[in-house]
Design a protein around this ligand. Structure first.
Ligand SMILES: Nc1ncnc2c1ncn2[C@@H]1O[C@H](COP(=O)(O)OP(=O)(O)OP(=O)(O)O)[C@@H](O)[C@H]1O
Ligand SMILES: [Mg+2]
Length: 290
C-alpha cells in the first residue's frame, strides 16, 4: 500500500444528508457500494446484514445485488433462478426500478435481485451509451434518493462494468477486509481504483469505512494488519469488528439475514453495532455541516 493512500479525505457531499433530510421530513438516501476487488472478504455478508440492521433500526433500505453470483439475493430469500426482473433489467433500461422491487420479511428492506442473465451484462453493457452510469440513471429516474434512507449495493469481486456502475452511483464505499497480510496489497489497488473513479466519473466518491470481517482479534497478525490499515486510513476504519461467527455463514442458506436467523448471535449483534456506528457517523457528518 502506498504512503499516498493516507491522503484520502472525507469530502463533504451535499448528496449525503440522510439524517438532516429525515429531520426535514423527507428522505435523502446515502448510497453505499460494498466493494473490494478481493474475493471472499465478506462483501455480501456485510451488504446483506448491514442493510437488514439498518432496516431493523427503521431506516428505509434498498439492497441492490450487482453480483452475477447472486449471493446477496439468495441470502434474503431470492435465488437468482426464481427472480424474473432484477438488476440486469435496470441496467439495460428494460425495466423501471419499481418493476424490479422485491419485498422481504423486514418491511423497510426492499431488494433488487440478480437474475441469471446478469452474467452477460458485463459484455452487453460495453456497447451501450453511458455504460458506466446506467445504474445511477435508473436510480435518478425513479427518484430513489427521495424514497430511501440507504441504498446498499453488493459488488462482485472484480472491477468490471458492474462494479463501475455501483461506484459511479455511490456517495461512498464500504470496504470489507480480512486482517490478513495480502489484504494490504488489495487495499492499495482499491485506493488506486477510487482515485481513478474520482478523476473520471465521480469526484465526490468518499470512503465510508473499512470494516474488518471474519475477525479474530487475538492473533498477532490480525492486530498488526489492523494497526497498519489504521495508520494509512486513520479516520476510515470502523471501530466495530465483525467476528468469525457460524451463524453468519449459516443464515444465507436459510434465505435470511443473521438477525432474523439468530438475533442473539455475535454475528447479528456485530452488524447491528456496525449499523449504529454508520448512522452515528452520518449524523455527525450532517451536524458538522450545519
Ligand atoms: N464473520 C464471518 N463469520 C463466519 N463466516 C463468514 C463471515 N463473513 C463471511 N463469512 C463466510 O465467508 C464466505 C465469504 O463471505 P462473503 O460471501 O460475504 O464474501 P464476498 O466478499 O462477498 O465473496 P465474493 O468475492 O465471492 O463475492 C461465505 O461463505 C460467508 O458465509
Ligand atoms: Mg459476494
Amino acid at each position: 500500500m502506498s504512503k499516498g493512500s493516507s491522503s484520502v479525505s472525507l469530502k463533504p457531499s451535499e448528496r449525503s444528508d440522510s439524517a438532516g433530510a429525515r429531520n426535514r421530513g423527507e428522505r435523502k438516501a446515502r448510497i453505499l457500494a460494498v466493494s473490494n476487488q478481493k474475493g471472499g472478504v465478506g462483501k455480501t455478508t456485510t451488504a446483506v446484514n448491514l442493510a437488514a440492521s439498518l432496516a431493523a433500526a427503521e431506516r428505509e433500505v434498498l439492497l441492490i445485488d450487482l453480483d452475477p453470483q447472486g449471493n446477496a439475493s439468495s441470502s434474503v430469500g431470492f435465488p437468482r433462478e426464481q427472480v424474473e426482473v432484477g438488476t440486469y433489467d435496470l441496467l439495460m433500461g428494460e425495466a423501471a426500478l419499481d418493476d424490479a422491487l422485491l419485498s422481504t420479511d423486514l418491511p423497510p428492506l426492499k431488494v433488487v435481485a440478480t437474475t441469471p442473465n446478469l452474467l452477460g451484462a458485463e459484455v452487453e453493457l460495453v456497447d451501450l451509451q453511458g455504460r458506466e452510469s446506467r445504474l445511477m440513471q435508473a436510480l435518478t429516474r425513479a427518484r430513489a434518493r427521495d424514497r430511501w434512507d440507504f441504498i446498499i449495493m453488493d459488488c462482485p469481486p472484480s472491477l468490471g462494468l458492474l462494479t463501475l456502475n455501483a461506484l459511479v452511483a455511490a456517495d461512498a464505499i464500504v470496504i470489507p477486509m480480512l486482517a490478513k497480510y495480502f489484504s494490504l496489497e488489495g487495499l492499495g489497488a482499491l485506493h488506486a481504483t477510487i482515485e481513478a473513479i474520482r478523476g473520471a466519473f465521480n469526484p465526490d466518491l468518499e470512503i465510508e469505512g473499512i470494516v474488518f470481517c471474519n475477525h479474530n482479534q487475538r492473533t498477532n497478525l490480525a492486530q498488526a494488519v489492523v494497526s497498519e490499515v489504521q495508520k494509512h486510513f486513520p479516520q476510515h476504519v470502523f471501530s466495530t469488528r465483525i467476528p468469525q461467527n457460524i451463524r453468519l455463514s449459516e443464515s444465507p442458506s436459510h434465505g435470511k439475514p443473521a438477525l432474523l436467523y439468530d438475533i442473539e448471535s455475535k454475528g447479528a449483534q456485530a452488524y447491528l453495532e456496525l449499523a449504529q456506528e454508520l448512522m452515528t457517523r452520518a449524523d455527525s457528518r450532517v451536524a458538522a455541516r450545519l
